[in-house]
Design a protein. Structure first.
Length: 211
């Protein structure tokens, strides 16, 4: 079995220390950092996302796999930067003002990073203007808003309005998610994309960033 295959399988099982050792082993074997990322770590995380979507695994397993992914990418980050590696794009992410839920948001962050997207995590209780300013400051093409309470859902509409007021609405895509949200709600506030779970969010984010 190749080291790259082993990396993906160890990641799927959430074996963080093993992933770190195997990434280092792959580097010692002379494999390029970008190749280790795209042929080892990312396919492993893709399989985790697929299993999650199919209800074969659940949030705890995804979090453990994502931590293993994160540990593996930490080894590669300085080398990827040296090589001038390109990311799949940048996204600004947060839970909207008035809402302190972060498990779903954190899961989306890990899934986005698992697709090679750079994520600027604004945390929870984020004001509409903060989302917009962060998108401008980081030259992010995607704003991802999470709301877990029906009372905070309207704040996502305010994010769309804030992007319009700032004159960046044509430059950014706005993606929404959270338990009470629906496609109808997404359409009604003029957002670009709604997804029901973190794995689908990552797939759509890549599509939106490459469009």
């Amino acid at each position: 079995m190749s080291t790259l295959t082993e990396i993906g399988e160890a990641l799927e099982r959430g074996k963080r220390k093993q992933v770190v050792q195997l990434v280092q082993q792959a580097l010692d074997e002379g494999l390029a950092p970008q190749q280790i990322l795209t042929e080892g770590l990312l396919p492993g995380m893709d399989r985790v996302g697929l299993k999650f979507r199919n209800n074969e695994i659940f949030v705890p397993e995804v979090l453990v796999a994502a931590r293993a992914m994160s540990a593996g990418t930490e080894v590669l980050k300085p080398l990827l930067a040296e090589a001038g590696s390109t990311s799949a794009g940048k996204a600004v992410l947060g839970t909207v003002k008035g809402d302190l839920h972060d498990i779903g948001k954190n899961l989306v962050k890990m899934m986005l990073e698992g697709k090679g997207i750079e994520v600027v995590d604004l945390g929870v209780d984020v004001a509409p203007e903060t989302f917009v300013q962060a998108a401008v400051d980081n030259d992010a093409k995607l704003i991802c808003c999470s709301a877990l309470l029906t009372t905070t859902m309207p704040v996502i509409g305010d994010v769309v309005k804030a992007a319009e007021a700032a004159g960046i609405r044509d430059k950014v895509k706005i993606m929404v998610g959270g338990a009470p949200l629906t496609q109808e709600f997404c359409d009604s506030i003029g957002a670009d994309c709604y997804t029901p779970d973190a794995a689908s969010a990552a797939i759509r984010a890549v599509e939106l960033l490459s469009a």
